[in-house]
Design a protein around this ligand. Structure first.
Ligand SMILES: Cc1ncc(COP(=O)(O)O)c(C=O)c1O
Length: 428
């Protein structure tokens, strides 16, 4: 009865969700929280409107202010990523990938991407968006121990199968990918090099990961809401010679209206990242390394100890011996520690429901102001559940108390106005 009453009341459920999230340590590597200024504009009238077409050349009236906001977002993104061309219209990272496939390949072509157990997102798999485009997908050879691409294997395979597109990036992304090496071979066979930056986009913005455009990528597809802490959506950066193809693939190809409230939020997030991105990304990497080391020292099987565990926001742990990723993720949730189960490269894809791994991301905790000292505490809480098998409900009360000290979003402006003033200054 009580449940039925609550279930009928969406507002109550949203409120309860908020209250719960405020007491959790959320370490889903693909999520983040937006700043108060971004939250304000995404709840604006922009969410009711349509703006098909390009800024100042729309199919709809009523867009004069929307046009200016979209232009601010495009110009800030060009500046932040030193990109020749930017398309902010894809409504998600998967749509951004589909737009790359539409622009750069034809049905029946072969592309290369990581396999799903090696870390690829489903949108680059045969059973995802790549398959929807009718592409054959060949795996980029992967070095399981080092958790990155097997460069020699990749070069040989590119020469052997001559793909139309080599697409780097993935949902498990601990170390940079060999864009430079692929560029050289891609030029021999006339292939495109793409880079799905969804997970590491905020680290690239903060100049703490690789720089795919300078290393030779033709285009970057991305989400805007993982390490890059914007409202949900996608985006493409590319060289000028591909601009028309990519723009046409996005609109009118795949997107009609592009969720204008999120474009307003994106503009603010881009300003935040121009000003605070470097400090934020540096702290993320310090936090991830510290968390990994603490978990490793406590006896957990954190991957890639010999390589410093990680160069990104992610920490990956093999918990097969501790009960498997599915079970561990559920138990941690009982303690308000939110992580996700994950396939590891040696898992069969049929084991997706209880794979060997869990994946942790520290970007959201970093945004809440946590530093290395707090990472040691987080590691201790995880260890007590996974290794010591302490009652998660007992640990939960400690998590709730600990989280009370971290309520405010950091690395952002106090208001949308402040962000727009900053943007104005930056764009001249
Ligand atoms: C590497 C990668 N690419 C693309 C996507 C899809 O992004 P979206 O959820 O915005 O469609 C994800 C999602 O997690 C991802 O991890």
């Amino acid at each position: 009865m009580q449940f039925k009453k609550i279930a009928e009341d969406v507002q109550n459920l949203v409120k309860t969700h908020h209250e719960w999230m405020d007491t959790t340590l959320n370490m889903i590597a693909s999520e983040n929280i937006t700043s108060p200024a971004v939250r304000k504009v995404i709840a604006s009238d922009f969410s009711h409107r349509y703006a098909e077409g390009e800024p100042r050349d729309r199919l709809y009236q009523g867009c004069k202010y929307i046009d200016e906001v979209e232009l601010i977002a495009i110009n800030l993104a060009k500046k932040l990523f030193d990109a020749e061309h930017v398309n902010v219209k894809p409504v998600s990272g998967a749509v951004a990938n589909l737009a790359l496939f539409t622009a750069l390949t034809k049905p029946g072509d072969t592309i290369m991407a990581l396999s799903v157990p090696s870390g690829a997102h489903i949108s680059t798999a045969k059973f995802g968006a790549a398959g929807v485009r009718g592409l054959n997908v060949e795996s980029i050879p992967f070095n399981q121990k080092g958790m990155t691409v097997d460069v020699d294997g990749m070069i040989k395979k590119i020469r052997d199968i001559k793909p139309k597109l080599i697409l780097f990036g993935g949902s498990i992304f601990l170390f940079p990918h060999p864009v430079k090496e692929a560029r050289t071979v891609a030029d021999e066979i006339g292939a495109y090099v793409g880079y799905d930056a969804a997970h590491v986009f905020g680290l690239i913005a903060g100049k703490q990961f690789q720089d795919p455009l300078r290393e030779g990528a033709d285009a970057i597809s991305s989400s805007r809401h993982k390490t890059f802490p914007g409202p949900q959506g996608g985006l493409i950066l590319c060289k000028q010679n591909l601009a028309k193809k990519i723009d046409n693939a996005v609109f009118p190809g795949l997107v009609s209206n592009h969720h204008l409230h999120h474009i307003a939020g994106l503009a603010i997030t881009l300003a935040e990242m121009l000003e605070f991105g470097e400090a934020y990304a540096k702290q993320i990497i310090k936090n991830a390394k510290t968390l990994a080391e603490e978990l490793h020292n406590s006896g957990l099987n954190v991957l890639c100890a010999d390589k410093g565990f990680t160069a990104s926001h992610q920490v990956v742990i093999d918990v097969l011996k501790n009960g498997g990723g599915g079970q561990i993720a559920k138990t941690l949730e009982e303690a308000n520690i939110i992580v996700n189960k994950n396939l590891l490269p040696w898992d069969s894809i049929d084991h997706a429901k209880n794979p060997s791994g869990i994946r942790l991301g520290v970007q959201e905790l970093t945004r809440l102001g946590m530093k290395e000292g707090e990472m040691a505490k987080v590691a201790e809480l995880i260890k007590r559940i996974v290794l010591d098998k302490e009652n998660p409900l007992k640990v939960r009360s400690e998590v709730i108390k600990f989280r009370q000290n971290f309520k405010k979003v950091h690395y952002c402006f106090d208001s949308a106005l402040e962000a727009y003033r900053y943007a104005e200054l930056k764009l001249g």
